[in-house]
Design a protein around this ligand. Structure first.
Ligand code: SF4
Ligand code: SF4
Length: 165
């Protein structure tokens, strides 16, 4: 059965209406080495792929599996029918975040990235290891923090964090 999914995407210019019409051919998930990396999770099969799971879920923004998508865009590249599962999944992540039901680990990771510019914590151990290897100390990058402040993401994350504490 074809999946016909209308959805809304938040853009810098407002809300845009979009739709993905997936023919369930499976190409985006079944060609090993070229297809979706989330498909490696044992819960997904060639007959019930990761992309079907995301596109066909009855409450897509509440589907915890959307957070397994690494936004690599392989699905989009592989799809012979110009479907963009990643656009849909990213829109669902946005909805989940706005609705306050993104996992705590994701909120923590977002905070980490926008406050330091790195996806991993810069610990004293990181500094020691870099010294041992003769590398410069890591320079924190605050540009993402500025963007997050201007777009309202920082305020949203702070309010979600407060609600969870
Ligand atoms: S963008 Fe997401 S859904 Fe698409 S191939 Fe990458 S991990 Fe899979
Ligand atoms: S390749 Fe395209 S049409 Fe085929 S299952 Fe994936 S998204 Fe759907």
């Amino acid at each position: 059965m074809v999946l016909n999914i209308p959805y809304s995407v938040k853009t810098p210019h407002g809300i845009k209406e979009a739709a993905e019409i997936c023919l369930k051919c499976g190409v985006c998930c079944v060609i090993e080495g070229y297809s979706c990396p989330a498909q490696y999770d044992a819960q997904f099969k060639p007959t019930q792929t990761y992309v079907y799971d995301c596109l066909g879920h009855e409450e897509p923004s509440g589907n915890k599996n959307i957070w397994q998508c690494v936004s690599c865009h392989k699905c989009e590249e592989m799809c012979p029918y110009e479907v963009s599962p990643v656009d849909f999944i990213e829109a669902m992540k946005e909805q989940a975040l706005q609705g306050g039901h993104a996992p705590q680990s994701i909120i923590g990771e977002l905070m980490q990235v926008i406050t330091t510019g790195y996806a991993f914590p810069i610990t004293p151990n990181t500094t020691r290891q870099r010294e041992r290897l003769g590398l410069e100390p890591v320079k924190l990058n605050h540009e993402l923090g500025i963007i997050a402040e201007k777009t309202g993401l920082l305020e949203l994350l702070n309010s979600l964090k407060e609600a969870q504490d």
